[in-house]
Design a protein around this ligand. Structure first.
Ligand SMILES: C[S@@+](CC[C@H](N)C(=O)[O-])C[C@H]1O[C@@H](n2cnc3c(N)ncnc32)[C@H](O)[C@@H]1O
Length: 236
C-alpha cells in the first residue's frame, strides 16, 4: 500500500462496554489474523479443511458474515473491518450473547462452527499475503460511497482493488456487491466493465440474490427510502 491508499473511514465509535470489551479481549485473539509477515497459511487457519474460502470486505456490524458462516459451516470465512465497534458487534453475533453477560464457557458455544477469521484492519494490507485464486466468493456490501467527485479515489471498487479482487478469486469465482447509492452503482458498473475482468451475471439489479442476508445498514437505508442495487460478477 502507498500513502495514497490510506484508510479514510472511522476506526472507533462509541466506547465499548461490558460484554463487548470482554469479547474483544477473550474471543478476538482466538479468531484474529494478525498482520502477517509472509504468505497466510490457510491450511492452519481453521480447525477443519474448508470446502472453499469466502471473504467479506468491510463487514460493518457483521450481521451478513455471522449469518452466512452459520448457514455454510463447511466454508472458511475471512472478514476484514477496521471499525472496532463493528468487530465487537461481529464477535457478539458469533458468540450469540446479545444483551447478556458473556462468560468464557459461552465463547463459541458447542455446536457453533469455528469458521470465521477476522482481520481488524484495512483489507488492502492483507491482499498481498494471499496467493492467486484463493477465494471462491468476495463480498463488498454497501461500500462507503464517497459521493464527492474529489473523493473518487477513496471508493473501494476502483481499478486497483478490482484487479486484486480478480487475482484473488478462483476462475469462475464471484464478486458480490450491494449499494443503495445510485451514483455508486453506476460508477461500479462502469469500473467493472472497463476493467474487463468480470462479467455481470444478475439481470435484475433490484432483485436480491437468492441467499441474501440483509444487514442493519441495508434495513436503515430501506426505511429511509433508499433502493438497494445488487451486482453479481463472475471473474472472466
Ligand atoms: C457503509 S459500511 C457497510 C457495512 C456492511 N458491509 C453492511 O452492509 O452493513 C462500509 C464499511 O466498510 C468498511 N471499510 C471501508 N474500507 C475498508 C477497507 N479498505 N477494508 C476493510 N473494510 C473497509 C468501513 O469501515 C465500513 O464499516
Amino acid at each position: 500500500m502507498t500513502e495514497t491508499d490510506r484508510f479514510y473511514g472511522r476506526r472507533h465509535g462509541k466506547k465499548l462496554k461490558g460484554t463487548r470489551i470482554f469479547l474483544m479481549e477473550q474471543l478476538l485473539p482466538r479468531l484474529e489474523i494478525k498482520d502477517p509477515d509472509g504468505p497466510i497459511d490457510l491450511k492452519t487457519l481453521y480447525p477443519f479443511t474448508p470446502k472453499a474460502l469466502w471473504l467479506e470486505v468491510g463487514f460493518g456490524g457483521g450481521e451478513h458474515l455471522a449469518q452466512m458462516a452459520k448457514e455454510h459451516k463447511d466454508i472458511g470465512f475471512i472478514g476484514a473491518e477496521p471499525f472496532v465497534n463493528g468487530v465487537a458487534s461481529l464477535l457478539a453475533h458469533l458468540n450469540g450473547s446479545w444483551g447478556r453477560a458473556a462468560n468464557e464457557t459461552r465463547l463459541l458455544e458447542e455446536g457453533r462452527s469455528d469458521n470465521v477469521r477476522i482481520y481488524a484492519d484495512d483489507v488492502r494490507k492483507l491482499f498481498p499475503f494471499f496467493a492467486d485464486e484463493t477465494f471462491e466468493r468476495i463480498f463488498v456490501l454497501y461500500p462507503d460511497p464517497w459521493p464527492k467527485a474529489r473523493h473518487e479515489d477513496r471508493r473501494f471498487l476502483g481499478p486497483k482493488n478490482l484487479k486484486e479482487i480478480a487475482r484473488l478469486l478462483i476462475s469462475g469465482g464471484e464478486l458480490c456487491v450491494a449499494t443503495d447509492v445510485a451514483s455508486y452503482a453506476v460508477w461500479t458498473i462502469q469500473q467493472a466493465e472497463s476493467s474487463d475482468l468480470f462479467i455481470q451475471t444478475n439481470e435484475d439489479i433490484y432483485q436480491s440474490p437468492p441467499d441474501w442476508v440483509s444487514t442493519r445498514y441495508e434495513q436503515k437505508g430501506l426505511k429511509a427510502g433508499r433502493r438497494p442495487v445488487y451486482l453479481t460478477y463472475i471473474k472472466k
